[in-house]
Design a protein around this ligand. Structure first.
Ligand SMILES: C[S@@+](CC[C@H](N)C(=O)[O-])C[C@H]1O[C@@H](n2cnc3c(N)ncnc32)[C@H](O)[C@@H]1O
Length: 240
């Protein structure tokens, strides 16, 4: 990432940290030594292992082989025993119905039907999702991007609506907006190669759009990129 000024950098770090801290606080509030949790899209498992201390057992699933290898190495290094990592597609997992007290997706996929199926009745689902304003100006220049066509309304409102329709009761929902600044065109270009804002990002083919964006959103702190996340917490309704 680029190097914003000292103040801008500090603010960005603080806002990002607040988002992550709120999610973690909500998860820890609902945790318990008798409970089992599922981390959907666990990546390199760093967060999964941090949460292990709060649960009887945590399973982390991801469809990325390399990330899971890193997770296994780190698990052995740290000697964490109540965590298991599995390569699984979050859309169709192998878990039985009503398996987990808590299912969470921290910036991972949210296949709501599957999440609902494997969460116990009275159990919880938590997520950090991508808001509709994330990198919005950039997506407008490109005329495409993650959620460009479908997020006509609030992504949080949509997530809440889907969760309710599937049978969850939404307990909490909050948007988090923050600004990033990239020191140069090359920094922004490199960043876009490693994130799913444009799944099909191509440095050469997209050069014209990116140069136009960089010129328009150049500020004294760097090239501005607005970011948007939300946190949602829901409970699967108890069967009566
Ligand atoms: C942005 S990363 C988040 C990683 C981790 N949860 C964190 O907060 O650091 C999203 C993860 O979701 C995983 N993922 C994406 N689609 C998936 C799917 N269909 N099934 C399982 N994992 C998936 C990716 O491989 C990636 O590791």
């Amino acid at each position: 990432m680029g190097r914003p000024g000292l103040m801008g950098n500090a603010l960005l770090i603080i806002l990002r940290a607040i988002l992550k801290a709120v999610f973690e606080m909500k998860l820890v509030e609902l945790s318990g030594k008798e409970k089992g949790a599922l981390d959907v899209g666990c990546g390199d498992g760093g967060f999964t292992m941090r949460m292990a201390a709060h649960f009887r057992k945590v399973i982390g699933i991801d469809n990325g082989e390399e990330r899971l290898k890193l997770a296994e190495v780190e698990k052995r290094t740290l000697g964490v025993e109540n965590v298991r990592f599995e390569k699984q597609d979050a859309q169709h997992t192998t878990f039985a119905e009503d398996t987990f007290d808590i299912v969470y997706s921290r910036r991972g996929p949210t296949f709501y039907d599957e999440l609902f199926r494997i969460t116990k009745s009275g159990g919880y689902f938590l997520t950090i999702g991508i808001g509709e304003k994330d990198a919005w100006g950039l997506k407008e220049f490109f005329g495409r991007g993650q959620g460009f066509w479908t997020w006509k309304t609030s992504a949080l409102a949509q997530a809440k609506e889907i969760l309710q329709r599937k049978g969850f009761v939404v307990l909490y929902g909050q948007d988090f907006l923050f600004d990033e600044y990239y020191a140069s065109y090359d920094d922004l270009n490199r960043f876009l190669q490693g994130v799913p804002i444009f799944e099909d990002f191509d440095s050469e083919k997209d050069r014209r759009h990116l140069e136009a964006y960089a010129a328009k959103f150049q500020t004294d702190k760097g090239i501005h990129l607005p970011r948007h996340r939300f946190v949602a917490v829901a409970m699967k309704e108890r069967e009566v």
